[in-house]
Design a protein around this ligand. Sequence first.
Ligand code: PLZ
Length: 442
Amino acid sequence: MSLEQKRILLTPLPGPESAKLQDRRVEVVSAGVGTMLPIFITEAHGAILKDADGNQLIDMGSGIGVVTIGHTNPQLVEAVQNQVAKLTHTLFTVAPYEAYVRAAELLTQAAPGSHKKKAAFFNSGAEAVENAVKIARKATGRTEIAVFDHAYHGRTNLTMAMNFKAHPYGTGFGPLAGSVHHAPMSYPYRDPEGMSGEEAATRAINYLEKRVGASQLAAVFIEPIQGEGGFIVPAPGFLATLDSWCKANGIVMVADEVQSGMARTGAWFASSWEEGYDPDLLTVAKGIAGGMPLSGVVGRAEIMDAAHAGGLGGTFGGSPTAVAAGVAVMEQYASGNWFARALEIGEILKTRLNELQMSYPIIGDVRGKGAMQAIELVIPQTQTPNPDATTELMKHCHQNGVVILNAGTYNNVIRFLPPLVITDELLHEALDVLAAGLAKIS
Ligand code: PLZ
């Protein structure tokens, strides 16, 4: 449970042991399960991943925003070890246990708004989104669901219909679920210059009113900062305007905070950064349990209670070890300086990325909030997406022991989601590697 917080390169990446494991993998693991980085990880701590060849890599992705609290966080490891030795399963709907209730207490306190809230737990982000759809439909007696361009909500049948990108998420896997409507998003970098959040919201609302009808909509789902879509931060006023329209029309406003939630942006939820934005339900996963599979839906008690008893559940949802991990994570966030650290990391990233943008016009946009930052790469002097340069830059970082992730509808965004325990030194070192990569490709 400890690793020196240092980047160490002993072999070229991937090294020979990883290469052997990759050979075994391709024989038996479905080709449909891709890999960004064929480097096999044996252990991790803090912000460092150690591979099968003894190399140590800086983790700038947290397994897509999951180990926000850091790899093998000591309190989390202890809580899971204690729990797993005592009780691993009953199925909460068969016979309950306290840790589930404690996790719900913490999550309902963390979620925004002073109204009474309730929660329910599941396994994955997609499952949380699916359950939020069920709850909103039951609560409103309506069927239709609105989502936004560039959105990502999961890989199940319903959620793949809610994603913006057909490929790779939906291609060939249809028929997709119906009653899902895609509305235009606020994308400040690509919207007409000067378009306000209110104007972008009006564009979306007009579309939904004409195409679907407000009275038909059960819910509007939106990521307050879009994740897979490329860390698109909507213009101020966009979320609040949509929310007022939802409230005026009896539509459940759901914030999908699977990627943006749980301390990542310097607050429990990214929703809190927009004044006047008051989502009825939130979906959470990823960062809530430091790598243990746990997701949840939390929000207004009267909406959460609309589902009939027996209507929500699942064998493993909120399993004892998963909720024990969730409690260990949420208790630390509730009592420590984690939000401040996320903002500090955000300042370091933003400052350095803005400086790099001055030197390298290939960086078209720098955006994000807290420890959720991204750069969008373009052909210099244009806004034309530059996916080839993105791939090159990713490759450079990976070969030099820095794990970074891409994103974006046009595959031209590099996103930074470091664990919040990363030291300033490691963060700067990772950015130095990125800077060298930019120099090389420019
Ligand atoms: N909602 C906002 O970001 C998951 C996908 C990884 P699951 N994003 C990472 C991959 O390639 O499968 C995500 C998200 C938002 C929902 C989800 C879905 O969460 O836990 O992957 O089901």
